[in-house]
Design a protein around this ligand. Sequence first.
Ligand code: ZN
Length: 314
Amino acid sequence: MKQRIYINDVAVRDGFQIEKNIISTETKIALIDALSETGVAKIETTSFVHPKLVPNMADAVEVLANIKRAADVTYSVLVPNRKGMERAVATHQSDGRIDEINVVVSASETHNRANVNRTCDESFADFAIMVKMAKSAGIRINGSISTSFGCPFEGYVPEDRVLGFARRFADLGFDGVSLADTTGMANPAQVERLSAAAVRQFSNIELTLHFHNTRGMGLANVIAGIRAGIVHYDGSLAGLGGCPFAPGATGNICTEDMVNMLEDMDYDTGVDLDRLLAAAVKMPAIVGHDVTGQVMRAGKTMHLHAVPGKLYTQ
Ligand code: ZN
């Protein structure tokens, strides 16, 4: 039996949130609908962040109200704070269903202040209230730990601190925890070590790894995570995304490159790579610039080429 690996595409949220051009609501809906038909397990659809902070997420309600939901896909949203949680729950109850809410804290105190202008303890105090709001609305909730593998200000974060944050999420009743390499500082040895410790300590919650390919180690980190027993991975169609502290740096690991690798290695991603590639090739036109996906350029591994004719002319 092939081992199942579950893919969560975050392009429409993590990717689009840093794009300067405003992407139309119709384009986002079409992209989510296309992703729904690829076989990915989860799609992060939007964020209930303040529209002034991230203009590209101002249409969260319209997006959720108009996508075509596939039965076996989990539709998640990012919620930055209690105000966002109120909007998300109201949307879930009227305009459009939300299957899962994702909240974020940084493992590093400095990064949390830079990102959400709060101490980590203040973030967790809010999460204690937010988890109740999500649960009473019948929505799953996931806690993401940014900078789990390194902070651009503080350097490597002690593993005990990261695992301690995962414990706080678990104790609050969260359904899942994501360890996120927000600025692409993770290396495979470190990923395998921290992931193995997390798998040992948290057997009843869904563990996800979120990598950026900032320094070219993204897909190697996925393999390290799988070796440690983690089966849920975030990726971004066409490799969209980036990092506000490293302008021009490569974004999230590319979903279709990850799927191509995993399928070649005989894992079962449940994803139709051709459909995924068909959606990915539209991305440069959507965002108005080049993207980092490689398989969309080179073709699938088993996309073989015609033998040069002259080999047979002798
Ligand atoms: Zn990210």
